[in-house]
Design a binder for this molecule. Structure first.
Ligand code: NAD
Length: 306
């Protein structure tokens, strides 16, 4: 019988779909070595973002025919190496858009209203923090989007409708003339960094976006502005961001994704003021985990039954 190896546990219903067509083996969470061993006999693999699916890993899996991602970004999979070995790479396009957009808005609200910081002050008995650290309002502020794809668009809609924000965007791959939303498109990425009160990153991690948000772009931001990143950690130069935060050269940041996950304790962002950090959970809502599990499993089942 064909074998499907999962890098992590997925929903019961999704496992049932796979059990109809194959033997299903779940790797103990976080055990990359065991995952590599299990791949030796696998026809299919289902992975999240924690596994770096390199050419070497594929070479240890001679029967592997399909890799299915429980999510959209395939930056952790060497797609060229997979193609060269006739291994199909599947992802679950659009399934997590609403969850990531909601998480982005939650981070924008959370950092503006200082929710995490003020919560800690109340617990410490420092009720006077209410007079010392004033939150800011979103009404009328400018949201700047880098990347106007599925998630960027949904964040734009929510911020326009819920907070009456002005939304500007930079995305060289879309045609502004085709857009009907009340968005102002910028010709350069620099314009967004200069003008926005919130710069929110929604691009894929590719060779051309790695370290896109570097010291030069961060230096253009207003001292009152916030950086939000729910795309991929590798898009932002974390060292430069940490320095801007420590020197109060920007007002704050809210980050769901890290260049290295989990981030090492030496990662400077962990000790910066005015930062909210979440552990790559934007798409890990109860609803979304079920939906992406089903979509990833259905992709493998469809492939296996031809
Ligand atoms: P999408 O493909 O719909 O949109 C990406 C947009 O980025 C496209 O419109 C593209 O033209 C644009 N783009 C590419 N390079 C650019 C550049 N150099 N400058 C400006 N724009 C550029 O993808 P999406 O569904 O909106 O998701 C965006 C990213 O969010 C994904 O690639 C993934 O890395 C990340 N993501 C994160 C989570 C999470 O849990 N935090 C979950 C899902 C997706």
């Amino acid at each position: 019988m064909k074998k499907v190896v999962l890098s992590h546990r997925i929903s019961r219903e999704a496992i049932k779909i796979l059990e109809g067509v194959a033997e299903v083996v779940v790797t103990p969470e976080g055990d990359a070595d065991r995952f590599a061993e299990l791949l030796e006999e696998a026809t299919a693999a289902i992975v999240g973002t924690s596994i770096k699916f390199t050419a070497a890993l594929m070479d240890g899996a001679p029967q592997l025919r399909v890799i299915s991602r429980t999510g959209e970004g395939v930056d952790n999979i060497d797609v060229h190496a997979a193609t060269a070995r006739s291994i199909l790479v599947l992802n679950t396009v659009g399934v997590n858009t609403a969850s990531v957009a909601e998480h982005t808005v939650a981070l924008i609200v959370g950092i503006s209203k200082q929710l995490v910081f003020l919560d800690a002050q109340v617990r410490k008995g420092n009720f006077q923090a209410r007079r010392l650290y004033l939150p800011v309002d979103l009404e009328g502020k400018t949201l700047g989007l880098i990347g106007y794809g599925k998630i960027g668009r949904m964040v734009a809609q929510k911020c326009l409708q819920a907070f009456n924000m002005r939304v500007i965007a930079y995305d060289p791959y879309i045609s502004p003339a085709d857009e009907t939303d009340k968005i102002e498109f910028c010709e350069t990425i620099e314009e967004v960094f200069k003008e926005a009160d919130y710069v929110s990153i929604h691009v894929p991690l590719t060779d051309s976006t790695r370290n896109l948000v570097d010291n030069r772009l961060l230096s253009l931001m207003k001292p009152t502005a916030y950086l939000i990143n729910t795309s991929r950690g590798g898009v932002v130069c974390e060292k430069s961001l940490a320095e801007k935060l420590r020197k109060n050269e920007i007002a704050g940041a809210a980050i769901d994704v890290f260049a290295e996950e989990p981030p090492g304790l030496e990662n400077e962002l962990l000790n910066c003021p005015n930062v909210i950090l979440t552990p790559h959970t934007a798409a890990l809502t109860k609803e979304c985990v079920t939906k992406v599990s089903m979509a990833a499993a259905e992709g493998v089942r469809d492939y296996l039954i031809g």
